[in-house]
Structure formats: C-alpha cells, structure tokens
Design a protein around this ligand. Structure first.
Ligand SMILES: C[S@@+](CC[C@H](N)C(=O)[O-])C[C@H]1O[C@@H](n2cnc3c(N)ncnc32)[C@H](O)[C@@H]1O
Length: 304
C-alpha cells in the first residue's frame, strides 16, 4: 500500500517534472534554435550561388568600368547588351553567346509608353534563355550603364529572377562623372546640404524646399525644367548643364542662371546630359591663402 502511494507520488512528480522540462525546452528552442535557423546567415546559406549579374559598364570612356565588372563579364558565357558594347570594349565579348538588350520590358511595366503583352512575351523569351543557361551551369550577365539602380531600365531582372539570387555589380553613374566634371561638392550648398535626383516628373512638390537638384533628362528638356523651377527658385539661382559626361573628347559644361541658361544652350546639340540647379555651384569656401580667416564659420542652419 505504502509502495503504491509512493509510486503514485513518483508518477505525479514525473508529470510535473516533464511539464517543466517541456517548457524549458520550448523556451530554449524559441530563443536558440529558431534564430539560428532563420538568421540572415542561415537564409543566405540556403540561397543558390549567383550565376546571374546586372553589371555596370560605368559612364563615358571605357576606363570608367570597374575591375569587378571586367572580372564578372570575363567569367560570363551569356551576355545581354546593346550592340555598341562590342565596339566600346573590343575583344571583351569575343566567344560569348550574345543577346540583344531590350527596353521593351521596362517600357511596358515601368513607363506608360510600352505594350504590356509585348513586354510579357519578351520576359518569357529572356527567362527561357536565362533559366536554361543557369541550369547548364553558365554565368549570365546583363550589361548596363551608370548606376543600374538610378533610372536604370534593367531593375526588373532583380524581381523576376529573385529566386536565382542575382547580384548587381555597381558602377560609376553619370551623376558621379558629371559631379567630377563640375568640380563642385554637390551636397555643400549654402541653403541646403541635400541633393535631389529627379527626372522632371515630380519637381513641383520638391522645388518648394529649394534643394539642390540634378535632373536626368530622358523625359524633360532644358526649357521644360526651367519652366518648372522658375516659380520656386530666384531667377539668379545658378544652374549647369553637363553633356556627354565622362567622354574626354566631347564632355561639355554650360553654366548660367535660371534666367540665362536657355539663351546659353541655343545652338548646342544636347542629347545626353544632366541639368543641375543649386547654390553649391557658386564658390563655397572663400579661402584666400594669403589672408588670415576672419571670424568663425557661420553655423549651417537648414533653409537660412
Ligand atoms: C535612363 S537614365 C540612366 C542613368 C544611369 N543609370 C546613370 O546612373 O547614369 C539616362 C539619363 O542619364 C543621363 N546620362 C547618362 N549618361 C550620361 C552622360 N554620359 N552624360 C550626361 N548625362 C548622362 C541623361 O540624363 C540620360 O537621359
């Protein structure tokens, strides 16, 4: 009888202990095992090795390409690109399977001037080529110019082929080469320390802050931009046009103000250019090596 009681007691103790162990195990699993399984490292390890790249060729002359881009193109056997790449980089594409780059998917799904049915047909054909090549163990590169993430027409590849773990090989944007051509600190304005990259579509809302702006001009020309800015910036605000940035023998800079720039570009053949507005275009440092600086630097206050 005593024995029975004690065994009942042990059984009861066992259930309680088991319950406690289960709780401890659940807490341990929640805080130790789950984070390890779902940590970025674990997730990254599960992703397939990259065989698909969006590669920047840089902007302007061929020496603006990066070493990483060259190495990636060299190890690729399938390439999507514009015809002119073979001329700009002689020998680089020799022996590779070349497919012509296309804008139709971007036009159809990001802009309003494309046919979606046509765009989808293009996606299917490109997808067939890429998935077959990757399945055969080949590396595929899509070649682009500038920074592919800035108004680049190939960003859709990153979404459609997300399962292949594609990578972007970054490159020098026209924004970078034109900044260098201007020799100005684009974020060192007098009234603002910010710069807005713009394509002319939403200027009116942004111009009220009189921030420095850089216009990519595939949708808007100089008179159109000036017209949109005039109501917000004083007419003496400095502006600049940088055309063919990064091409040593045809790069051109035209400077003026909102009031004068239209007159200054008359007779110029502008096709590939950026338009800049902002007081960062003036002399900003006021350093005279011969003179002692007078007073302290004025503290920067936004909009003052
Ligand atoms: C579709 S966007 C592509 C921009 C590109 N992703 C980049 O980062 O330079 C094309 C626009 O970029 C600008 N652009 C491209 N190359 C240029 C260059 N060499 N000089 C000046 N502007 C350029 C022009 O405003 C052109 O209309």
């Amino acid at each position: 009888m005593k024995k029975k009681e004690s065994s009942r007691c042990v059984g009861f103790m066992g259930r309680e202990t088991l319950k406690k162990i289960k709780i401890i195990l659940a807490i341990w699993f929640l805080f130790s095992v789950m984070p390890a399984v779902y940590s970025p490292v674990a997730v990254a390890q599960e992703k397939p090795e990259t065989q698909l790249y969006l590669v920047s060729l840089g902007t302007g002359d061929p020496d603006n390409i990066t070493l990483r881009a060259l190495n990636t193109i060299q190890k690729s056997s399938v390439i999507f690109c514009m015809d002119r790449v073979a001329v700009q980089f002689p020998g680089l594409l020799d022996g590779k399977e070349i497919h012509r780059g296309t804008l139709s998917v971007h036009k159809a799904f990001m802009r309003s001037d494309g046919d979606r049915r046509e765009g989808l047909e293009e996606v299917k054909e490109i997808s067939r080529i890429i998935r077959k090549s990757v399945g055969e163990g080949k590396t595929v590169s899509i070649l682009d110019y500038g920074d592919p993430t800035i108004y680049g027409p190939n960003m859709w590849f990153m979404e459609v082929f997300e399962d292949l773990n594609p990578e972007i090989v970054p490159g020098v944007s026209s924004f970078n080469v034109a900044n260098a051509a201007l020799k100005k600190g684009v974020t060192w304005g007098e009234k603002t320390r910010s710069v807005i990259l713009n394509n002319g579509t939403d200027v009116e809302q942004l111009a009220a802050a009189r921030a420095a702006m850089v216009f990519f001009t595939m949708r808007e020309d100089v008179p159109g931009i000036v017209g949109k800015l005039k109501g917000h910036y004083p007419s003496e605000t400095p502006v600049a046009v940088v055309s063919n940035a990064g091409f040593r023998d045809k790069e051109r800079i035209i400077q003026g103000t909102l009031a004068t720039i239209e007159e200054k570009i008359k007779g110029e053949k502008l096709s590939l250019y950026l338009f800049y507005v902002g007081d960062f275009l003036t002399k900003r440092y006021g350093i005279d090596a011969e003179k002692e600086p007078s007073g302290r630097l004025k503290e920067f206050k936004c909009g003052k």
